[in-house]
Design a protein around this ligand. Structure first.
Ligand code: M6P
Ligand code: ZN
Length: 189
């Protein structure tokens, strides 16, 4: 049996950098179709294409038995009154859980059952360890004025299913109204 060697990565709690790691970046143009206000998205993109979030993965084989882990940094920002968020996904292996441990910033974690009948929104804050049970889709939202940084652990063979979310979005949206963070039903659901 070939043994996989133990290794460390180092997480910077201030910046969310994970070293050594592999970074992916998502710009507004990558997730534009999820935002409610299509005109506002167009107006922003006519001027710039802001970086919405980055994910930095530790290099672990995508095989059963391994634990994948990464940091996510969602930059502060809004389109209209809707806060920046991650795409969101289900796991291809639906019955696999995940944990998000928040290092910095303020957020909301929207989770839904595959048919969207059940939806829960948890607060994310420094020190919160949010449990995403098997079968719940998940999207995180930065509701603060600084980057939202969290560390995630999931089954390395779980896979990302984006197709379902691409079609439906999430049952709830997180908006700013009169300076307050509010969770509302998605009018397009
Ligand atoms: C977390 C984890 C990752 C995921 C990332 C960004 O870090 O759940 O697996 O890739 O968030 O979310 P998404 O893939 O939905 O864009
Ligand atoms: Zn996940």
């Amino acid at each position: 049996m070939k043994l996989f060697r133990p290794f460390n990565v180092v997480v910077d709690f201030e910046t969310g950098d994970l070293t050594p790691g592999k970074k992916i970046t998502r710009y507004l143009s990558d997730i534009q179709h999820f935002f409610l206000d299509k005109e506002k998205v167009k107006a922003v993109l006519a001027k710039e294409n802001p970086l919405v979030y980055e994910v930095i993965y530790a290099e672990v084989p995508e095989e059963a038995g391994h634990l994948a882990h990464c940091t996510t940094i969602i930059y502060p920002g809004k389109v209209g009154n809707e806060f920046f968020f991650t795409k969101g996904h289900l796991h291809e292996k639906l019955e696999t859980a995940e944990i998000y441990f928040t290092l910095k910033g303020q957020g909301r974690l929207i989770m839904a059952s595959p048919d969207g009948e059940e939806c829960e929104v948890l607060e994310m804050f420094p020190g919160s360890a949010s449990y995403i049970p098997p079968c719940w889709s998940h999207r995180s939202v930065n509701v603060g004025g600084e980057p939202l940084i969290f560390y995630c652990i999931f089954f390395a063979d779980a896979g990302h299913d984006y197709a379902t979310i691409d079609k439906t979005g999430f049952p709830k949206v997180v908006l700013e109204r009169n300076g307050e963070v509010v969770v509302e039903n998605n009018p397009n659901w």
